[in-house]
Design a protein around this ligand. Sequence first.
Ligand SMILES: Cc1cc2nc3c(=O)[nH]c(=O)nc-3n(C[C@H](O)[C@H](O)[C@H](O)COP(=O)(O)OP(=O)(O)OC[C@H]3O[C@@H](n4cnc5c(N)ncnc54)[C@H](O)[C@@H]3O)c2cc1C
Length: 190
Amino acid sequence: MSCALVLGSAKSKPFAAEKKIGIIMHQRASALDRALFNNVLGVEPGTTGKEILDSGREQLKSCYPHVVQIEKEKVTSVLKTAEGFEVQTNKNNYSCAIVVVAVGPSNLFNIEGLNQYVQPHPNLPAAKQRIRLKNVDHLVDDNLYVAGVLAGWRSQFAMAAGSGAHVATDILTLWNNGAPAMVHDSVPKE
Ligand SMILES: Cc1cc2nc3c(=O)[nH]c(=O)nc-3n(C[C@H](O)[C@H](O)[C@H](O)COP(=O)(O)OP(=O)(O)OC[C@H]3O[C@@H](n4cnc5c(N)ncnc54)[C@H](O)[C@@H]3O)c2cc1C
């Protein structure tokens, strides 16, 4: 969601204006389901992960309605095609040029086309048997990114969300023909 928010916020940039952005909002097995946050900068202490799942979805919808939220679908395969990728869910197929995978580090990971990148997670306790997708600075393969704990980060909310934002700026930079791109809103000058 963090990645989708930053991508959505670039709508006013000419290089992003015509891009189609979608997020598959499957949330039946999020680490946020049971989390309680007191130690995240900018998040009111006592906020639950469930509240963030709801407010994040609302924030995306109200601020960046052009980002398509696909509900209640689970990704089963991500296959390379001549044009990019074919993403298959339990209900539909989608064609896209760029894919960001952010499904968490569960060792039950099983997405056809991505299983070849699975490695033991290098930064979580070995006993938990968590995994990451092999990547260099979030890039798994051409136009295929990984974000969140699945990228190899330790499990802290700010790190997972920051990782998504990082991938978004990599994609914006790509869309901007390699010129570094970010999106900053600012308070109007008085
Ligand atoms: C009990 C608990 C307490 C925590 N407390 C804190 C804390 O106090 N402070 C802190 O900083 N961090 C805390 N964390 C850690 C924090 O919640 C995680 O680091 C963060 O949520 C990880 O984000 P993520 O995007 O990598 O994964 P998740 O938040 O797990 O998101 C993964 C998403 O992928 C979806 N998904 C999975 N498979 C598929 C599929 N095949 N197709 C489509 N979607 C799929 C899931 O439904 C989920 O929505 C806590 C975690 C837990 C479990």
